[in-house]
Design a protein around this ligand. Structure first.
Ligand SMILES: Cc1cc2nc3c(=O)[nH]c(=O)nc-3n(C[C@H](O)[C@H](O)[C@H](O)COP(=O)(O)OP(=O)(O)OC[C@H]3O[C@@H](n4cnc5c(N)ncnc54)[C@H](O)[C@@H]3O)c2cc1C
Length: 404
């Protein structure tokens, strides 16, 4: 059987980005996807994309980054409250024409539709109903079997089949890290386009209307995400069944949104990173949630999956053009190690955000309380209260190439 240069497993946002990055390198690409063509992905996941992500999309496919930037909602004001008291507010100027916004907010389903269209226009081949059940690597390449009974051979494979990655398990790579005990209920509502709320991100510590639970409200194109942090001992069902959602939602948003719910999920987040992002033969590169899962505060999931995908494509291109097998293996290892370092940094940043929100440590509680007391005298304490639930913004230079 003829061996393809590279296969991508999984047509989620990271798989689609991998395929585009490989096409940008001039390689033919086949994406194997378990779902059927034209599937509508259930659920609501990413909404917040950093400028870095849009810029990377633009780099691999002219017009793509801008299309997603413009499709999303760009809000410029963020406010933070402690109970009823506002402790921080900042409004950013809108970027001048031709400058990417610092972020854009768009439902993941809509971002994926745009990515998919660009893939088809760029000549990416899709094989639907191809659930990978088996993947074996050797010094020569990869053999993949799918539930349809087909066998696929390739020199390299990008594993982007999500958090339950069969590819990762098949090549014997484990995820390491804890599950966070605290539960969050995340609700999306449809915006009322005739009478929308002000497009601003609001974070409430100890929201007085919901018995002092923390609440995050983030507007995105045609919707609003409302996120409530449950207390230990709370029954998640009480906050996530239809009546329960309505009960708390109408206390943190205008009443009409109680009848505009489009999606509800309860999460206990994993903070895990794969032991290695490549297999023993340096033929598979893991990217996105196949390689790492973080709590979404700070939006480090998809935003870090995109540079993973591009690093995988660059490493594979170098390996295919390498002068000898050692050089090829080194190119794959370098890409895998660089992105694993970035994932460890991101997990740490996400852990900091979670600890700040959960405040299980007395030092965190003290720092938060002290910041509230002095926030009215200067913006630094307020800025800390505003940004800490999302973790540090910048990447550690030593942890990656400055891209996280
Ligand atoms: C509530 C929530 C909010 C979030 N918000 C943000 C945010 O604002 N910003 C951000 O950057 N990230 C966010 N994330 C994270 C983001 O959603 C993920 O990082 C992203 O979906 C990962 O994409 P992926 O392509 O790696 O995996 P997935 O999206 O899971 O895609 C995997 C694909 O592989 C396919 N597949 C699975 N198994 C197989 C198989 N065996 N064979 C073939 N195909 C297979 C699946 O059908 C799917 O198409 C959020 C996550 C959650 C839960």
């Amino acid at each position: 059987m003829n061996s393809l240069p590279v296969i991508v497993v999984g047509a989620g946002p990271v798989g689609l980005t991998s395929a585009l990055a490989l096409r940008a390198q001039g390689l033919p690409v086949v994406v194997l996807e378990a779902a059927s063509a034209g599937r509508l992905r259930p659920g609501s996941r990413a909404i917040f994309y950093h400028r870095q992500t849009m810029q990377l999309w633009e780099d691999i496919r002219a017009g793509l980054g801008w299309e997603i930037a413009n499709a999303g909602l760009v809000w410029s004001t963020k406010r933070t409250f402690w109970g009823e008291t506002q402790v921080y507010e900042r409004t950013y100027p809108f970027p001048p024409p031709g400058v990417m916004p610092a972020s854009t907010n768009l439902g993941q389903v809509d971002a994926e539709k745009i990515l998919f269209r660009h893939c088809t226009e760029a000549g990416v081949q899709f094989a639907w109903d191809q659930e990978v059940t088996d993947a074996k690597t050797s010094p020569e390449g990869v053999i993949v079997k799918t539930s349809s009974g087909k066998e696929w051979h390739s020199k390299y494979l990008v594993g982007t089949d999500g958090g339950r990655s069969v590819v990762r398990k098949q090549v014997g790579i484990e995820l390491e890290g804890p599950r966070i005990e605290d539960a969050f209920v995340i609700v999306d509502v449809a915006e009322d386009v005739d009478d929308p709320i002000r497009p601003e991100r609001l974070y409430y510590y100890e929201h007085p209307a919901v018995e002092k639970r923390n609440v995050l409200l983030v507007p995105f194109r045609n919707g609003i995400r409302a996120d409530i942090q449950l207390r230990r001992g709370d029954d998640p069902k009480h906050f996530s069944d239809p009546e329960g959602v309505k009960r708390w939602l109408v206390r943190v948003l205008p009443e009409k949104y109680g009848d505009r719910v489009t999606w509800v999920s309860t999460y206990q987040f994993l903070q895990v990173v794969a032991k290695s992002f490549t297999d023993e033969h340096r033929r598979v590169v893991l990217a996105g949630e196949a390689a790492h899962l973080f709590a979404p505060f700070g939006a480090r999931g998809l935003n870090s999956g995109v540079p993973d995908a591009i690093a995988a494509a660059t490493g594979i291109t170098q390996a295919l053009n390498a002068a000898n097998p050692q050089q090829a293996a080194a190119a794959i290892q370098e890409a895998a190690d660089r992105r694993r370092d970035a994932a460890l940094y991101n997990r740490n940043a996400s852990n900091l955000a979670l600890e700040h929100m959960r405040a299980h440590d007395w030092r965190t509680r003290l720092k938060r309380k002290a910041s509230v007391m002095i926030a009215k005298y200067g913006s630094r304490a307020g800025s800390y209260l505003d940004s800490a639930p999302f973790g540090p913004r910048a990447a550690a230079r030593q942890a990656s190439d400055g891209i996280y």
